[in-house]
Design a protein. Structure first.
Length: 317
C-alpha cells in the first residue's frame, strides 16, 4: 500500500491539499502594468520568502514555489531559492522572465522560455523541475503539449471558472488600469475542478486517453466555482476563508491552494502598483495563518510533485 493509500486509510479519507506560491517579484508586478524595472532591488521577494519559510515550518508544510528563473541571476535571490529547496520545498518552473501573453507567443519562444528557466533552476538547486505555471495563467493546449515533450509531469495554469475574466475586467475598470488581453478564459469554467489528463487540442477538456502530463488546476470553490486562492482570502477575510475551505473538506475534495509572493511581502509604496497597497503585513500574516490552520486540520498537505506521482501510482494499481 502506498503512502497516499495508507494516509487515507488512517485519516478516514481525509482529502489531500497542495500549497503553491508564485514568486512574482517587484519587477514582475511592474511589468504587468507595462513598466520596466531591474530584477534588484526586490523588496517583494526578499521580504516574503523568509516569511513563507517561517510560516510553513510552523505548520509543517512542504510547498511548491513557482520560480521565475531570471531572479536566479541575482545571488541573493538564488540563495533564498536554495534555502527553500534545502527545507524540502519543491521548486517549479514559472518561465525565464515572465512574458505576458504567453500562449500567443510562437511555440519556439515558449520552448526557449521554459528550457532556459529549467536549466537555471537545475543549475541553482541540482534538481530538474517537473511542474510549470504560465505567467498570468496564460497557457493553452499547445503549451501543455510542449511541456509533455519536455518531460514535465504537470501544468498548473488553468483556473476552472468562468468568472475570472470578468473579475479582471471589473478590477481594471475600478482602478482605471488597462484590462489585460491575456489570462484565464471564460470557457475554462467547463474544466474539471481536479487533476485531469488534458485534451491535446483543448486544454480545459479532459481526455479519456491517459497522458504523462497532467493539468493540476488552480483552486476554485466546489459547486460555485469562485476562485478561492489567497488573493481573495486576504481581501475578504474569515467570512470567505472558512466556508470555502470547509466546503472542500465536506465534499472530500483535494485542493491546490495558491499564494503569491506579494501576499507576505513588505508593503510596497508605489502608486503604479495599486494592487499591492492593501492590508498591513501583520493582518495578512494573520489571515494566511487562518488558511493554513484550516488546511492542516481538513487536508493532508503534500508537495504538488508528490501529489501527482501518488495519483499516477493509484491509477496504475
Amino acid at each position: 500500500m502506498n503512502k497516499m493509500s495508507q494516509t487515507k486509510t488512517k485519516t478516514k479519507q481525509k482529502p489531500f491539499a497542495t500549497v503553491q506560491v508564485d514568486l512574482d517579484g517587484l519587477w514582475t508586478n511592474l511589468g504587468y502594468y507595462g513598466h520596466e524595472a531591474p530584477i534588484s532591488p526586490d523588496p517583494v521577494l526578499m521580504s516574503s520568502i523568509p516569511r513563507f519559510i517561517k510560516l510553513f515550518d510552523k505548520y509543517n508544510i512542504k510547498a511548491t514555489f513557482f520560480t521565475i528563473a531570471k531572479d536566479l541571476e541575482d545571488p541573493e535571490k538564488a540563495e533564498l531559492i536554495r534555502q527553500l529547496h534545502s527545507s524540502g520545498h519543491e521548486i517549479a518552473n514559472h518561465t525565464y522572465d515572465h512574458p505576458f501573453g504567453f500562449r500567443s507567443l510562437p511555440i519556439e519562444i515558449q520552448k526557449n522560455q521554459i528550457q532556459k528557466a529549467h536549466q537555471l533552476i537545475k543549475k541553482t538547486i541540482g534538481v530538474d523541475p517537473v511542474g510549470f505555471k504560465a505567467p498570468g495563467y496564460d497557457a493553452n493546449a499547445a503549451t501543455i503539449n510542449l511541456l509533455e515533450t519536455l518531460n514535465y509531469q504537470y501544468d498548473s495554469s488553468v483556473i476552472p471558472t468562468w468568472s475570472y475574466p470578468l473579475i479582471l475586467k471589473t478590477y481594471a475598470f475600478l482602478t482605471r488600469t488597462k484590462s489585460p488581453s491575456h489570462g484565464p478564459k471564460a470557457i475554462w469554467g467547463l474544466a474539471k475542478n481536479r487533476i485531469y489528463s488534458p485534451n491535446s487540442k483543448k486544454e480545459w477538456k479532459e481526455t479519456v486517453r491517459e497522458r504523462k502530463i497532467k493539468e493540476f488546476p488552480c483552486p476554485v470553490a466546489p459547486i460555485f466555482r469562485f476562485p478561492i486562492h489567497a488573493t481573495f482570502a486576504l481581501k475578504l477575510g474569515s467570512p470567505f476563508i472558512i466556508p470555502t475551505l470547509w466546503l472542500t473538506k465536506l465534499l472530500c475534495q483535494d485542493i491546490n491552494y495558491e499564494f503569491h509572493a506579494a501576499d507576505l511581502s513588505d508593503t510596497v509604496d508605489d502608486k503604479r502598483l495599486a494592487h499591492l497597497k492593501g492590508h498591513p503585513v501583520e493582518l495578512r500574516i494573520n489571515r494566511i495563518e487562518t488558511v493554513l490552520k484550516i488546511l492542516t486540520r481538513t487536508h493532508e498537505i503534500i508537495p504538488s510533485k508528490e501529489y501527482i506521482n501518488q495519483k499516477s501510482k493509484n491509477k496504475q494499481e
